[in-house]
Design a protein around this ligand. Structure first.
Ligand code: FE2
Length: 245
């Protein structure tokens, strides 16, 4: 059945996932479906119009980690989501990883995608060495994909002075709460959180750089609270850092 709009895509993609395909089949069939959806951007007019003209639609967008992430659909079973990303030309978008597999298609204008591999031993949570392994240009209708965690590190950029839009289908996350930004100059892996908790996480990171008892006390109190694992981990990293001093 042809795919001309988001509803048709989501229905057919859900039917595909329900067959529990292995990854190669999911990737091949999912890319073909997404390729159809992004071959024509008529269906996306409504999204752009509503973002500009419909205050409720705009307000219902939640503040995710990436500021250019437009949420389009979440499956009720939480097994996939569909988002649009809007890329501004001449803007630096960091090299990053993902908490889930993702299939990505160019919808409006071209984007450049560079993929990277980790080439360090991953023994230090704050450091990473990445090496570029591919550099491709995607035109509307073309697709690419990412794997979860360090197997799917990439960077996307708009080309030719034109704002670009891509459509991303993500699976259920195997890691929640943060992604990494990688800096190949400083060889760092920075954990980046959604805006609503980012200041708290920065404060936890800052406490790890203050070798004083009160700072340790705050971290230990936080560590004994019922927070999600990724917050407790950040407290542990800061306490470890203090212990190193
Ligand atoms: Fe990405």
């Amino acid at each position: 059945m042809a795919i001309n709009n988001l509803d048709q895509f989501c229905q057919q993609f859900k039917a595909l996932l329900d067959q529990k395909p292995d990854w190669p089949e999911l990737l091949a069939k999912g890319r073909a479906m997404l390729g159809e959806l992004v071959s024509n951007h008529d269906w996306f007019k409504d999204t752009l119009s509503r973002l500009v003209l419909d205050q409720v639609f705009l307000k219902n967008q939640w503040q995710s980690i990436d500021p250019n992430d437009i949420q389009l659909y979440f499956s009720p079973d939480k097994d996939f989501s569909v988002r649009a990303f809007i890329w501004e030309p001449g803007t630096y978008y960091p090299i990053h990883d993902h908490g889930a597999w993702g299939i990505v298609g160019a919808l409006i204008n071209q984007v450049r995608e560079r993929k990277f591999a980790r080439v360090d031993d991953m023994s230090d949570v704050n450091h990473a060495k990445v090496k570029q392994i591919s550099d491709a240009t995607l035109s509307p209708g073309e697709t690419t994909y990412v794997l979860p965690l360090h197997d799917g590190i990439h960077q996307m950029l708009a080309l030719k002075n034109q704002v670009a839009v891509t459509i991303h289908v993500y699976g259920a996350p195997v890691r929640k709460g943060f992604i990494h930004y990688y800096d190949p100059h400083f060889n760092t892996a920075i954990r980046v959180y959604r805006p609503s908790i980012n200041k708290k996480m920065l404060a936890i990171k800052a406490l790890g750089s203050i070798p004083e008892d009160w700072a340790k006390e705050v971290l230990l109190t936080a560590l004994n609270s019922a927070e999600p694992d990724y917050i407790l981990d950040e407290c542990r990293y800061s306490l470890d850092k203090m212990g190193d001093k």
